[in-house]
Structures are given as C-alpha cells and as structure tokens.
Design a protein. Structure first.
Length: 163
C-alpha cells in the first residue's frame, strides 16, 4: 500500500492544473517507460480517483502522456521529461497565462493606464511565466531530496513484501 499523503489546497493554481502537475511529476519520477494506472496515480498524488481520469485524458490528448489499455496498462510519458515543460502541462490541462489579465479587473490596464497593482502583478506574472516555461519534468526527477524519498519508499515496500 502507498503512504497516505495529506495535501493542502493550492493558493496559486486551480485544482485541475495542480492535479495535472502532480500526476506528471509522479510519472516522471518513475523509471523511463514505466506505466502507472489511474488508481496508482490517485494513491500516490492524492488526486481523487473520480477526478483523475479527466486530468489524464487532457494530458493524453495533448500528447504529453501515452495511455496503454488493458491488464497492466496505464500512463507513461510520451517523450523524455526534459522536453516537457510545466507550461505545456498547464496549457494541456486548460490553464493559460494571460499576459493582459488585470488583477484589479480593469478592462484596459497597461503601462500608460496602470491599475494600483499593475507593477507588482506584472512582475509576478513574468516570474510565473518564466518558471513555467523554463522548468521541465527532468528537474523533478533530478532533485536529491526526491530521490531520497523514492529510495525510502522502495525500501519500505521491499520490507513489507518480505514480511
């Protein structure tokens, strides 16, 4: 059985996009060409089983995942993790970064007609866009802390098998 993980609500992204990032990151952590089915992904990521199929369908339609049907089937990355950026995952799951969005709700907010939050919100949007477009799934799997967690999880699973 997989460990129980409790997740908080995201303050930055809608649930669908957060769930898409969680699923893709989890699959990227697996050895290349390894498939995970929806039940496994739900347990590992904390994404409700009733919701995960919708997310996986979007990621498969965008050709970020390959779905394998039948016994032993599941989902795996469609291409190497280094070629899949967070912005591609967010867009595939229905999130777009609108460069013209005004946090104050103004129809026309720009340098010539800025809302009170224009300057600071513009910096946030740029930082977010840079992060999403420059960060790939390979960064997830290269983290030393993540590798250590996976090692510990594998050891726990092996110990349970031996009992």
């Amino acid at each position: 059985m997989y460990p129980v993980i409790r997740f908080r609500n995201s303050m930055f992204l809608p649930k669908t996009q957060e769930y898409a990032l969680r699923c893709m990151a989890q699959i990227a952590l697996m050895p290349w060409e390894t498939s995970l089915n929806a039940d496994q992904l739900s347990q590992l990521t904390g994404v409700p089983r009733s919701y995960i199929s919708k997310v996986l369908q979007k990621l498969t339609s965008a050709k970020l995942l390959v779905g394998e049907k039948g016994h032993g089937g599941g989902f795996k990355l469609a291409r190497p993790p280094s070629t899949i950026t967070f912005s591609q995952i967010l867009e595939a799951s229905g999130f777009t970064i609108d460069p013209d969005h005004c946090i104050s709700g103004w129809v026309s907010c720009n340098l010539k007609n800025p809302c009170p939050l224009h300057s600071s919100f513009s910096r946030l949007k740029k930082t977010f866009f840079d992060w999403a477009s420059k960060t790939s799934l390979s960064e997830v799997s290269s983290s030393a802390a993540v590798r250590e967690q996976l090692k510990n999880l594998s050891q726990k699973k092996a110990a349970r098998k031996n009992c």
